[in-house]
Design a protein around this ligand. Structure first.
Ligand code: TMP
Length: 211
């Protein structure tokens, strides 16, 4: 793991356990002496948290394009205020969701043209992409069942199973296109088992070769 740097993102559908795994990996890396910054999207800044509330309130009907631009507003703030400074000082950034979520949710699930999303990426996060992404993959019904247990019911959790199936397909397509960056993890197992696999992958990667 020598030379570890940049952004590590966690992606997946609702209930896939990415928040838990992001926290576990951050702790593991800190124990090994790394300076780690944990963040989450949407949010991660004062303005971003306000945008997050707007995005997730169940009663809001929102136009897909309005939704897309709010995600990018939150991201623009997070990148300038938090991520870029962290990367400049050599801190490893672990983020719970990043641009792949937009491709999966707003692109694949809401049907917004992926070229629009790519263009926004070029504007808002030029040259900034995760060096490594863990895609925690889980059956949609199982993920939603887990979340109901946790009593999470925001605007996205209330979407139909079909919507989440499209999100999952989107994530898997991204992983298929970028197998070097995106590691697909079977998230149906216990958090301890999933965490172990993630640590093994981390240990096995070479961080010197431009990753
Ligand atoms: P969370 O539940 O992981 O905190 O994420 C909040 C919701 O926002 C989740 O349903 C996924 C959704 N989302 C998008 O639709 N597009 C995005 O770009 C991001 C970052 C999240």
């Amino acid at each position: 793991m020598q030379g570890l740097r940049g952004i590590i993102s966690f992606e997946g559908i609702e209930g896939s356990g990415k928040t838990t795994q992001a926290r576990l990996l951050a702790g593991y890396l800190r124990d090994r002496g790394y300076d780690v910054l944990e963040t989450a999207e949407p949010g991660g800044t004062r303005i971003g948290e306000k945008i997050r509330r707007l995005l997730l309130e169940p009663q809001n009907h929102m136009e897909p394009l309005a939704e897309l631009l709010l995600y990018y507003s939150s991201r623009a703030q997070l990148v300038k205020e938090v991520i870029e400074p962290a990367i400049r000082r050599g801190t490893v950034v672990i983020t719970d969701r990043f641009t792949d979520s937009t491709v999966a949710y707003q692109g694949y699930a809401r049907g917004i043209d992926l070229r629009i999303i790519n263009t926004l990426n070029e504007i808002v996060v030029p040259g900034i992409r995760p060096s490594l992404t863990f895609l925690l993959d889980i059956d949609v019904k199982e993920g939603l069942r887990r979340n109901r247990h946790a009593r999470k019911e925001d605007r996205f959790e209330l979407e139909a199973v079909e919507f989440h199936n499209r999100v999952r397909r989107g994530f898997l397509d991204i992983a298929g296109r970028e197998p070097e960056r995106v590691k697909v993890i079977d998230a149906s197992r216990t958090p301890a088992e999933v965490g172990l696999e993630i640590r093994k992958i981390m240990e096995g990667l070479s961080w010197r070769s431009g990753r």
